[in-house]
Design a protein around this ligand. Structure first.
Ligand SMILES: Cc1cc2nc3c(=O)[nH]c(=O)nc-3n(C[C@H](O)[C@H](O)[C@H](O)COP(=O)(O)OP(=O)(O)OC[C@H]3O[C@@H](n4cnc5c(N)ncnc54)[C@H](O)[C@@H]3O)c2cc1C
Length: 457
């Protein structure tokens, strides 16, 4: 691609390999990924994205789109591509009367919380504040509030989109409902979203939450107790579990840092007196090595784990959806979780169900309504770079957990080397409808810098 100093009508920043800003601009959250786009078009507004797309199409370059740049597979950038980069478009406008938030495509979840929480409002979000709103929402999305209010994408009311043809459309129930159905989980396959509009809830600003640590050698009994405890959990309560080495962070009790621990992570929003009552059995079981559950601002809880997954480390993930845990599944998790060599690697169980599961499986493109858990096996190494022995640990653990999986997977936890079959597994019976919609909205597969759904004509 020829070097450009301007692009007619483009108001943002154009960054190319010769520019001093290039190496910084092509950095992604995952330090194992190293991509060399031909042009990074850092947009100032939605019109810029349309200009950059048209430029890519006329020059024959491929296109990628960057929201928060957090996808583990690094889909936001590709070698030789035009990267439509939204990292300078992070504005959010909240209407407390309409209970709606309009969110620009480069916003991170920390931006979303900062705009909504002062009004006591919220919506399901990612559990790390430096993750992008865009990619997470387009993949389906779940977080602490999802058992109460559904998937992140269930709360996506409308979106402004630039299609592969260049046409600008709005997807909502009132107009282009098929497109809304597809982008609620179908990823970036259908166009470039230039604004998201979310339904908000009076979720409150205080929660009862925090880690409860148990020693790793008690993992089997802790997980069995956990499995039984969450059977009757109300929607206001989610309990995640992290099996890891306790990190060297201020909030971790000094005597536990560096120890192998199984961490129960309860989160209660709503009436916190009722939350105290609900959490009593979980907090007294063991007893735990440490119990850091407390009333605190939702925003404080949202930021608690940020430093455990910083930008620039190397990461490799694999994932399964799981049904309710069986004894055999628990034994397999406990057997593999600490075979890792990096203290930064971990195995995390998300707790699903509640409002997520109340909607029918074909409510949208998103997956996970039939699962009780999403299991993420996260190999992480602090020095960055493409390889680490824990990648083999991640793959081995993934294989060991295969017999206990629903067969499905959350598309945003699929890595870039897992192939087409895994994308099919992510969408299951919804894949065919998605492939037909892809043929309608992007017949030439312009938007293939993602977990790709091939157009089916
Ligand atoms: C630390 C960490 C924590 C996470 N926690 C959660 C969690 O709690 N819950 C959860 O559900 N997921 C979670 N995820 C997974 C997360 O959903 C994905 O990594 C997601 O892709 C991140 O979105 P992004 O905008 O930052 O990514 P990017 O890498 O920028 O983009 C990801 C994909 O979305 C496409 N895309 C981005 N923006 C647009 C747009 N405007 N229009 C069209 N396509 C676009 C990209 O092209 C790419 O294919 C987490 C990830 C990380 C790294």
């Amino acid at each position: 691609m020829p070097l450009l100093s301007t692009l007619a009508g483009f108001k943002g920043e154009l960054i190319q390999p010769r520019d001093a800003a290039y190496d910084d601009a092509r950095r992604l959250w995952n330090g194992a990924i190293d991509r060399y786009p031909a042009l990074i078009a850092r947009c100032a507004d939605a019109d810029d994205a349309a200009v950059a797309l048209a430029h890519a199409l006329t020059t024959g370059a491929s296109v990628t789109v960057r929201g928060g740049g957090h996808n583990v597979g690094g889909w936001a950038l590709a070698d030789g591509a035009v990267a439509i980069d939204f990292s300078h478009m992070r504005g959010i406008t909240v209407s407390s009367e309409r209970l709606r938030a309009r969110v620009q495509p480069g916003a991170l979840w920390g931006d979303f919380d900062a705009a909504t929480q002062p009004l006591g409002l919220g919506a399901p979000a990612g559990i790390v504040t430096h993750t992008g709103v865009a990619g997470l929402t387009l993949g389906g999305g779940f977080g602490w509030l999802s058992r109460r209010f559904g998937l992140v994408s269930d709360n996506l009311a409308a979106a402004d989109i630039i299609l592969a043809s260049g046409e600008r459309v709005r997807a909502s129930q009132a107009g282009n409902p098929d497109l809304l159905w597809a982008i609620r989980g179908g990823g970036g396959n259908f166009g470039i979203v230039t604004e998201f509009e979310f339904q908000l809830h009076p979720a409150g600003a205080q929660v009862l939450a925090g880690p409860i640590f148990h020693p790793a050698d008690r993992a089997r009994e802790v997980l069995r107790f956990y499995r039984d405890f969450i059977k009757g959990a109300p929607d206001e309560l989610s309990v995640y579990v992290n099996l890891r080495t306790a990190p060297e962070l201020d909030w971790v009790p000094a005597d536990l840092r560096g120890a192998a621990v199984v961490t129960l992570l309860p989160f209660y929003s709503g009436n916190l007196d009722e939350g105290e009552r609900q959490l009593r059995p979980l907090r007294s079981f063991g007893p735990p090595a440490a119990d850091l559950v407390q009333r605190k601002p939702y925003t404080a809880h949202q930021a608690l784990f940020d430093a455990t997954v910083p930008h620039g480390w190397g990461y490799y993930w694999k994932s399964h959806y799981l049904p309710p845990l069986t004894d055999a599944a628990i034994d397999a998790i406990a057997e593999h979780a600490w075979l890792k060599s990096s203290t930064a690697s971990y195995t995390l169980l998300f707790h699903l169900g509640g409002q997520i599961a109340r909607l029918p499986g074909d409510h949208s493109a998103a997956s996970g309504r039939d699962a009780r858990h999403a299991l993420v096996i996260n190999a992480a190494w602090t020095q960055g770079g493409p390889s680490h022995p824990d990648i083999a640990w991640c793959r081995d653990t993934f294989r060991a957990m295969q017999p206990y999986s629903t067969g499905g997977v959350y598309v945003n936890f699929v890595h870039n080397d897992e192939g087409e079959a895994r994308v099919h597994a992510a969408y299951g019976p919804r894949y065919e409808r998605l492939a037909h919609l892809k043929a309608r909205y992007d017949p030439g597969n312009v938007f293939r810098g993602n977990q790709n759904i091939a157009p089916l004509t």
